[in-house]
Design a binder for this molecule. Structure first.
Ligand code: ATP
Ligand code: MG
Length: 210
């Protein structure tokens, strides 16, 4: 592949943690354009910690993280939805995140994302948990990052919306790293897995059943 020598992100013997207490160490993974990685691991293993470091939201305790100059990250955090103002319209949220965004474009996109556009674009309608998740995911995909980081994106989504997200992710050409317990999402959008366990990360390929 032409980009094989130019990873988006490279870990250089990195450790991650909080208040000088390591959670993960000896990380040497690289992420290349177009990679599709599923992060697996038990509750508290460090999946969100790793995603935060990929997002540039958490600096390594030791070692380094190299980022490509052209890296553009879209980050869906595990607990970000509480931060959305339930009374603000999607247009307001989009303009906050991307000031030049045209409302019509957003409307078209959200429609294409099966957001039930008109209803959800009512500026005074509060959002449900699933509507907030749809909104954030729609904005992220619409912004066309080259690395999409999704930390449990389907938790609030109904089946129809999970399907819409799968289609959007299959069409997405950038790299994806996703934390999910949703086998349907993993099996339809992920090619390789990183197992987060025992304080480190192990890469493996292929089928969840192996
Ligand atoms: P889950 O599947 O439950 O989401 P996870 O694999 O995403 O778990 P992390 O959220 O990365 O796990 O947490 C890994 C460890 O780091 C846990 O022991 C957690 O208590 C600790 N931790 C997470 N965030 C912080 C923080 N802000 N300050 C201190 N410790 C934290
Ligand atoms: Mg987590």
């Amino acid at each position: 592949a032409p980009d094989a020598g130019n990873p988006l992100i490279g870990f250089e013997d990195m450790s991650l943690g909080y208040a000088d207490q390591p959670i993960l160490s000896g990380l040497r993974q690289t992420l290349a354009p177009g990679d599709r990685i599923g992060l697996l691991g038990r509750n508290g293993a460090g999946k969100s910690t790793l995603i935060r470091a990929l997002a540039g939201d958490l600096e390594p305790l030791t070692g380094r993280i190299q980022r490509a100059r052209n890296l553009r990250v879209g980050y869906f955090a595990q607990h970000q939805l509480e931060q959305l103002d339930p009374n603000a319209s999607p247009v307001v949220h989009l303009q906050r995140i991307s000031p030049k965004a045209e409302p019509q474009k957003l409307r078209d996109f959200l429609g294409g994302f099966d957001f039930r556009g008109n209803q959800a674009l009512d500026p005074v309608a509060p959002f449900s948990g699933g509507e907030k998740a749809r909104l954030v995911l729609a904005i992220l995909v619409w912004q066309a990052p080259n690395l999409l980081l999704l930390d449990e994106p389907t938790n609030h989504l109904d089946l129809e919306m999970r399907h819409a997200l799968n289609l959007a992710l299959q069409a997405f050409e950038g790299a994806v790293v996703v934390v999910s317990h949703d086998r349907y999402l993993l099996e339809s959008t992920v090619a390789d897995y990183w197992l987060v366990a025992g304080g480190s990360v192990t890469e493996f390929k292929g089928d969840l059943n192996d």
